[in-house]
Design a protein. Structure first.
Length: 140
């Protein structure tokens, strides 16, 4: 599962803008075969007096923490391409709107992950493809 935490000032995103960003994020992952329901996006509004960058309150910053669980890579080129793909996806929602944006990606061990009490199937397995088609976890 990719779990995205998007920390932003109040009013930065309208409900339709949140929906569009969540759709863009989901689309990135489903292009690689992940089930849609693996993608979770959480928006966290943070007041400027609680959001500091370099010790200064920051009214126009977005900070994103991405947790990758379903897929990991140690290949440096793939890691670079992943980072660049995320930056390109985010630009219309942040940088192009004049917002300072920073993100990082953590990789959570897959063996510490369950959905509805079921350990997710191996990547790209028939069971995972079945989950993607049904868009829900199914015992296998």
């Amino acid at each position: 599962m990719p779990l995205w935490h998007i920390y932003h000032p109040p009013g930065t995103y309208t409900p339709p803008q949140k929906k569009q960003l969540a759709d863009d994020i989901t689309g990135l992952y489903t292009r690689f075969g992940l089930p849609k329901f693996y993608v979770v996006v959480l928006f966290h509004e943070i007041d400027a007096d609680s959001f500091y960058v370099g010790g200064e309150p920051t009214p126009d910053a977005v900070r994103i923490v991405v947790e990758h669980i379903a897929r990991h890579t140690s290949d440096p080129d793939m890691r670079r391409r992943t980072r660049e793909a995320l930056a390109a996806l985010l630009a219309p929602h942040t940088k192009d709107r004049g917002l300072y944006c920073e993100f990082h990606i953590d990789e959570t061990p897959q063996d510490l992950w369950m959905i509805d009490g079921i350990a997710p199937p191996p990547p790209q397995s028939e069971a995972e493809q079945h989950w993607a088609r049904e868009n829900r976890p199914i015992p296998y």
